[in-house]
Ligand binder design. Structure first.
Ligand code: PMT
Length: 403
């Protein structure tokens, strides 16, 4: 890999003692490394040690005229191709989530345009606290990437999640973050989340899609330099960094939004769980129980929604179009039938009967089903990892001119 500029931001946890080893690992991979520390980090690791292994002056004081004169905090934020925050304490995570900038590290993190990779390290109860988990969701939504924490014996004496990942693992994650902008100049259209088909003013027919899979795909495309339009159905997720979002509710609204953006798109990925049917008519007022006889049943008549994927595939031209298939049984055969019927370049099939993959969870286990008949089975991966594998395949497909 070509040499890149990495800023290592260190906060005040016991795992800071691993920072010099991380600097050495990153430098061995050929990168230029500078270090910035919070005032608390200096209690766990010496700036002299970091200076010795990085070969660079270590910055720690936002208001030190000498330090600022050498390289100011905005200059440091601009200098980095990637910022690695390791270890990241619960306190720093909270400050990042809420945009605080009360020391050098937080000021740099607020000012940077570079991607940020975070290696959390904290007590297991601090990690699982709802406040920390909410902060994580906020940061994930902004495109911040995470490596770890690992599970094991913690410095505080507790066992569980909270150990900072090993320097070698963090360096590998950094290499993934430094992926070149192979999608620069491409417009990528992604759909995500479920649709909600109105029954009346308060009720709808919907499904369990959280949007996580599609949002990870949009985020990955943006990371690779694409102009990304994300058409989001029902979801509570934050818009990923660098992504333009269009919110919709029903399948018909999603269809309109897809067609409004389709002309400019060169790559389309349809990860949304679009309802196949909608109530034939929706009441604009709440249907009252009293309108029915006591104990009477109510019948909802449904009509088919348009198949958006199939429609766009019929106007494909030189675009690359990827569909998903959510299957509960006979996954491969069903995905192959969908691929043939809809006419896309690739189907990403997932077995939604698994509890650890598919809807709602952070991981997915997918199969890439190709028109040639080839089927590639991927292991259980974070949805971000599935997204990265997907764009690797899309890149090859476009390079080969087969899409
Ligand atoms: O959102 P998450 O909680 O992260 O969950 C991820 C996921 C399980 C929703 C995702 O991985 C997934 O499988 N998405 C597709 C769900 C789906 O609708 O599958 P399907 O087999 O019913 O549809 C096949 C394809 O046709 C999909 O690309 C779908 O977007 C598209 N479609 C379906 C119906 C329709 N009327 N129009 C469409 O375009």
């Amino acid at each position: 890999m070509e040499s890149r500029r990495i800023l290592l931001a260190i906060s005040g946890g016991i795992a800071a003692y691993k920072a010099p080893e991380l600097v050495r690992t990153l430098r061995r991979a050929g990168h230029e490394v500078r270090c910035a520390m919070t005032p608390e980090a200096a209690r766990f690791v010496s700036s002299l040690a970091l200076q010795a292994v990085s070969g660079e002056t270590v910055r720690s004081d936002l208001f030190d005229a000498g330090e600022e004169g050498e390289i100011d905090h905005i200059g440091l934020a601009d200098w980095a191709d990637l910022i690695v925050v390791a270890p990241c304490t619960a306190n720093l995570l909270a400050k990042m989530a809420h945009g605080l900038a009360d020391d050098l590290v937080t000021a740099v993190l607020l000012a940077t345009k570079a991607p940020v990779l975070v290696a959390p390290a904290m007590n297991v109860n601090m990690w699982s606290h709802p406040a920390t988990q909410t902060n994580l969701e906020i940061l994930r939504g902004r495109g911040i990437r995470f490596v770890g924490p690992d599970s094991g014996e913690l410095a505080c004496g507790w066992e569980g999640l909270g150990r900072m990942s090993d320097p070698g693992v963090i360096a590998e994650a950094a290499a993934i973050e430094l992926v070149p902008e192979t999608l620069a100049g491409q417009v990528v259209l992604v759909t995500a989340g479920g649709t909600a088909e109105p029954i009346d003013a308060v009720r709808s027919v919907t499904n369990r899609s959280s949007g996580k899979m599609g949002f990870a795909i949009a985020s990955e495309a943006a990371r690779r330099g694409a102009d990304v339009v994300l058409i989001a159905g029902v979801t509570s997720l934050e818009t990923p960094h660098g992504v333009r979002r269009v919110d919709v509710q029903s399948a018909l609204e999603m269809r309109d939004a897809v067609f409004a953006e389709f002309e400019a798109a060169s790559i389309v990925v349809k990860a949304a769980a679009v309802a196949d049917f909608r109530p034939i008519e929706a009441s604009d007022r709440k249907i009252k129980k009293e309108q029915l006889d006591e104990g009477a049943s109510m019948t909802l008549e449904l009509v088919q929604n348009p198949d958006i994927l199939q429609e766009i595939c019929s106007r494909k031209e030189n675009r690359t179009i990827v569909g998903f298939a959510a299957e509960s049984h006979d996954v491969v055969a069903a995905a192959q039938r969908k691929l043939a019927r809809k006419g896309c370049d690739l189907i990403v099939a997932n077995d939604i009967s698994r509890a650890d993959a598919g809807f709602e969870v952070d991981e997915n286990a997918v199969l890439f089903v190709w028109p040639s008949g080839e089927v590639e089975e991927l292991p259980l991966l974070p949805k971000t990892g599935v997204a990265a594998q997907l764009f690797d395949r899309i890149g090859k497909l476009r390079d080969s001119g087969d899409s």
